[in-house]
Design a protein around this ligand. Sequence first.
Ligand SMILES: Nc1ncnc2c1ncn2[C@@H]1O[C@H](COP(=O)(O)OP(=O)(O)O)[C@@H](O)[C@H]1O
Ligand SMILES: [Mg+2]
Length: 250
Amino acid sequence: MSLLELTKISKHFGGVRALHEIDMTVHEGEVVALVGDNGAGKSTLVKIVSGVEPPDTGEIRVRGEGARLVSPRAAAEAGIRTVFQDLSLCDNLDAVQNLFLGQERHGPVWSGRRVRRHLMEEQAQRILESLSVKLRSLSTPVVALSGGQRQGIAICRALISDPAVVILDEPTAALGVSQRGEVLDLVSRLREQGRGVVVVSHDMKDVRQVADRVVVLRLGAKVAEFRRGEYTPSDLVSAMTGAHEEGGDR
Ligand SMILES: Nc1ncnc2c1ncn2[C@@H]1O[C@H](COP(=O)(O)OP(=O)(O)O)[C@@H](O)[C@H]1O
Ligand SMILES: [Mg+2]
């Protein structure tokens, strides 16, 4: 089943064509990598699907139904959650506080709507375990955690509302080799859970390792789409740079 379907999405900023008639589909249990050089339109597409920017034209369907993603909240309610590159974690708060930031579980009004720490801890534990994110303690400020753990917490925060589609913007960009491996494992687990995953990435090794399908953007247009195992690294690079269009073999 297709969880997310974009049809002919276009977006201009003044005279700049950021996206031109982009089609993209994400199925259940599928990881789609979104690649392209700087300025290709990746962030713009992520913002549109996250409800941060409206498209000029085009159609978005979530689980087959037309969706108007007019705000991040609308996108979340439609079942789309995004982990932006900055992660938006609060360094001085612990894992549980970060997971539930802005979505705290409260007691009933008569109890003064006190935050229910133990309920949140239980749910946090479950979600962290579901992705095998390992933390020594749930109450350590996240500033003390590794880059991989922080990415794990940001992804788990997106899972609190049980989204159908998770979008990850450059999830491995700031990480060393072993932590990159950890994060790619998280991505695989999201797929095993049957979610649709979109990963924006610059790292062609990561893309080859984790993506079932690769969508290549160049100057705002979709120039290629590859299935796992049906492309070489140089296919990707030439699609990204447009080398195949010039046809030269210098
Ligand atoms: N808010 C904006 N205002 C003006 N131009 C923008 C804005 N956001 C993006 N652009 C332009 O749109 C194009 C695509 O940018 P972007 O989506 O950030 O690409 P990428 O993330 O692939 O590097 C670029 O030419 C960029 O300069
Ligand atoms: Mg970008």
